[in-house]
Structures are given as C-alpha cells and as structure tokens.
Design a protein around this ligand. Structure first.
Ligand SMILES: Cc1ncc(COP(=O)(O)O)c(C=O)c1O
Ligand SMILES: N[C@@H](CCOP(=O)(O)O)C(=O)O
Length: 471
C-alpha cells in the first residue's frame, strides 16, 4: 500500500515511512492510495476473530512493509487481556434505553487513545530498530493523547517524547497522569494557551524541514496515519458485537474534537463495513457540528474557544477533518490546497452545496452538548443503574439519544473513564458517590509532578528539544 498527501505535493510513501514522518512535507496529511474493500464473505470470516487477529486482518491490508509474522506477533502482544482488562478488549454494553456503549477505555491510561497508542509503542520500536534510527516525538494533547503516548513510550530505547499540553486546562487526574512520570525520555511542557495552540506549535516545528530532519521529529497525534489505522479496528469489533448478521446496519456516535476517532469510522465505512450513520458529537466547541449541519467550516481562534467540562474536546481546528474533506472533494488535492489556504487565512470555507453528499453518501450527522446536558446525562445514566460515564462519553450519549431514529442501532464510543474527570462527575452525581478507579492509580494526584511551563512559542519548544537531544 502506498500513501499520498492530501495536498498532493509529497511523493508516495510506504507505511513505515509515513509512521515516522507525521505531517507530510507539503503540510498535508498522509492517506492510503485506496481503501481496501471488504465483502460479505470476509466479514463473515472476521466475525469470529479475536481482537488481535481482527487487527491483523485489517491492518495488514494497509501495512505491507512489515513482515507479516512480525506484525501478527506485535498485535498479539498489544491487544491482551492483561493490558485491556478483558478478553474482548472493547466490550459492548447496553444502556437501559437500548443505546450501546463500546468500552474503549480499559487500557493503562483509561482513555480510548490507548487502543492505538499501545500499538504505536510496539511498531515505533520495531521500525526504529530495523532502520537503526531514533525518534523525537513532539505531540500536543488536550489531556488524553499525552498520557497514552507517554505510558506507551516510557523507557523505550531511541525514543524521546516532548508533550505539549495547555497549561491549567486539563483535569487534575490528567495532569497528574502525565506530569508524575519521571522517566528520562519523557518531557512534559505546559504551554500558556489552548490545545489548538499546542497543535499549531507541533505543525510549526514539523514545517521546518531542516530542524525536523536534524532532530528526527515524529508525532503521535492522529495526524500520524498509524493512529487512525489502529482505530479502524474497533469499529469492526463494535459492529460484530452489536449485530447477529452482516445484513444489519449499525450507526456510531463519536464524541469528537480533533476528528481522529470518527475519521477512523469514516474509513471503516468506506471499506464496506455496514455503518448507517456516523454521528459526530461535540461539546460547546461546535465547529464540527456547524459543518455537518450547514456545510460551513469556520474554525475558531483560541480566544473564541470555550474551556469546558469535557476538556479533551476543547478543539476548534480539527486536524483530521482535512482527511475527510480530501475524500469529499474526490481526492482532488488542488481543491484541498485552496480550501486550506482559506482556513490558514482565518476564513474557513462553505461546502453547503455538498450537504446532501456529506449527510447522504457519507452518512454524517451531528449534534452538540453543553455543561448542563452532560451533567444531566451522567445523572440519568447513573440513576438508571447503568453505572458511570465520563463527561465526553456523556456528550456522545446525549447526542445519540437526541438523534436516534426508529429502529436504529447506535453504538456510542466510550472515550474515557469517569475517574479521569471526578470533579465534574461529582458535580453531576453528588460528592459522596464513590467513582470507581483502578487500585494501581489510587493517590495519583498526590505524586510529585515534573513539567516545564512555557509561552506559546515555537522557538522555545525547539530550544527545549535542542537542549535535551544530543546530536
Ligand atoms: C476523552 C476524549 N473524548 C473525545 C475526544 C475526541 O476525539 P477526537 O480528537 O479523535 O475527535 C478526545 C480527544 O481527542 C478525548 O480525549
Ligand atoms: N483529545 C486529544 C487531542 C489530541 O488528539 P489526537 O487524537 O490528534 O492525538 C487529547 O486528549 O490529547
């Protein structure tokens, strides 16, 4: 499988090259040249497989420059009961009203990011050893990518992680989970700004080709295709869990911010998985909801981005959205370039004339949720005896309940566990409620924390990397 950039000015690359590259040199995102197709016969075969075997079948369609046995072994080491808490890896449970919740947050850092990041830890190590290379990962997080990446990469030979987070905007648990790591290869950097500022710094550093090459800069954000391909797998697994036969359709409702998670759903659908609708749920930062309702894409500046109680979704410039637009405009990179020139000029664009295609052919729908909505949803789920959900998953459930059609099966993706956001969960359920937390993470917030605080400045981040990395 060859990969090409959404902006069209990067020569075709293999999976391993794309893995280490992050953003394409032309500023675009790397995409597979085609989407492999699945048919009824293949789906019937895959229905019986374990998570690791299914991951191998799907991912090997996109990865042809890693030895098949090695890839299979890597995936078997990644998706284990020990790491993800059950043999199912992503069990699906039903709420009392019939909405299904696919649990994606039973990995080491209690968020769906572990699903892909645990694989990235393995595949980076494998490819770097094979190529005799090192990698300095520069990432941006609004709270969950950072800890998932750091837990997956800590102590790994030849890998440093420099993780930018928005100073003071994450939950106490999220801060503690990242900042308490004392491993030499982990560098936490709190930026005075929001997630979008952190992501802009990552893209700013990636855009400096000389620095990028000299310091072997890579990324773990979902701009890295390897993240997306690993996330495609659980849509298949969720589909099989929610259905008896491959004649049925399932819709997925996805709490969204950077559009990585639902982009993986879009790809699963393009491959032929019988997905009805892909429902994008946003919080008060509703740029994506506006797009899927009107066709107008108006990314906002940090000054116009709200700080909310589902902080991991406080994103107004979704990176992966470019991947969907690339498909929407018939993979015409000239058009993508024109549209993103408008985005970069702070204007955005209006594809309202394509709304039928967006909602019909591509199956997208959307809704949004507010602070009060998520409190009410967490409370209603708990009162119904359906246990705890975190604020982001609550945003998804709220939107799914609002948009559900008669007879529609909806799987809501659970994106984190409640204990990561206990202040908001207590606000919803009362302060005396005991929120479940794995014993190993008891007292996390009391550990010493290691983080440098900096201004929102690309040059400062480059200096930190220069000082830490001996070349
Ligand atoms: C808990 C949680 N929910 C939802 C999201 C949104 O996912 P995506 O950025 O892939 O749209 C994120 C972060 O991205 C997250 O950490
Ligand atoms: N919500 C994310 C933001 C980064 O998203 P990514 O999927 O592009 O890594 C976070 O928790 O950091």
């Amino acid at each position: 499988m060859q990969y090409k950039s959404t902006r069209g000015a990067t020569e075709a690359r293999s999976f391993s090259q794309v893995l280490l590259m992050g953003l394409a040199p032309d500023g675009g995102l790397m995409m597979p040249a085609t989407y492999p197709q699945v048919d009824a016969e293949l789906l019937a075969k895959w229905r019986q497989l374990s998570y690791a075997e299914l991951a191998f079948e799907i991912m090997s369609l996109f990865i042809d420059d890693i030895d098949r046995d090695d890839l299979r072994a890597m995936l078997a080491r990644t998706y284990t009961q020990e790491v993800f808490g059950s043999a199912d890896i992503t069990p699906v449970r039903a709420l009392k009203d019939g909405i299904l919740v696919q649990e994606l947050s039973n990995g080491p850092t209690l968020a769906f990011k572990d699903m892909a990041m645990q694989f990235l830890g393995q595949v980076f190590e494998y490819v770097l050893a094979r190529e005799n290379q090192v990698l300095n990962i520069l990432g941006a997080t609004s709270g969950d990518t950072g800890s998932a990446a750091e837990y997956a990469m800590r102590g790994k030979q030849g890998i440093n992680v420099f993780m930018l987070s928005p100073e003071g905007k994450m939950s106490a648990f999220q801060r503690a989970q990242m900042y308490s790591l004392a491993d030499e290869n982990i560098h936490n950097i709190a930026v005075r700004g929001l997630f979008d500022d952190c992501q802009d710094i990552v893209k700013g550093v990636q855009a400096d080709a000389e620095f990028k090459e000299q310091y072997a800069i890579g990324t773990v954000n979902s701009i890295n295709w390897a993240r997306i391909v690993a996330q495609v797998v659980y849509y298949f697994k969720g589909y099989f869990a929610a259905t008896q036969s491959n004649d049925e359709q399932v819709s997925f409702c996805v709490p969204s911010g950077n559009f990585g998670n639902v982009c993986a759903g879009h790809i699963a659908r393009q491959m032929g998985l019988p997905i009805g609708r892909l429902i994008v749920a946003t919080n008060e930062n509703d740029v994506l909801d506006e797009f899927f309702k009107t066709g107008a894409y108006r990314p906002r500046t940090s000054e116009h981005t709200f700080i909310t109680s589902s902080p991991s979704m406080d994103i107004s410039k979704a990176s992966n959205f470019e991947r969907f637009i690339f498909d929407l405009v018939g993979r015409d990179s000239e058009q993508v370039k024109v549209l993103w020139a408008e985005v970069n000029a702070g204007k955005g664009f209006d594809l309202g004339f394509m709304l039928d295609k967006i909602q019909g052919e591509y199956g997208f729908a959307s809704g949004k949720s507010t602070h009060q909505n998520r409190l009410d949803t967490m409370k209603a789920v708990y009162a119904a005896g359906d246990g705890f959900v975190d604020p982001h998953t609550a945003d998804g459930i709220k939107v799914a309940r609002e948009l559900r059609l008669d007879g529609e099966t909806i799987v809501c993706l659970e994106t984190a566990l409640a204990t990561k956001f206990d202040a908001t969960v207590h606000e919803a359920l009362g302060s005396d409620v005991q929120i479940p937390r794995p014993a190993a993470l008891a007292g996390l917030e009391d550990l010493p924390q290691y983080v440098i605080e900096i201004a929102n400045d690309v040059a400062v981040v480059k200096d930190i990397i220069r000082t830490a990395v001996k070349i």
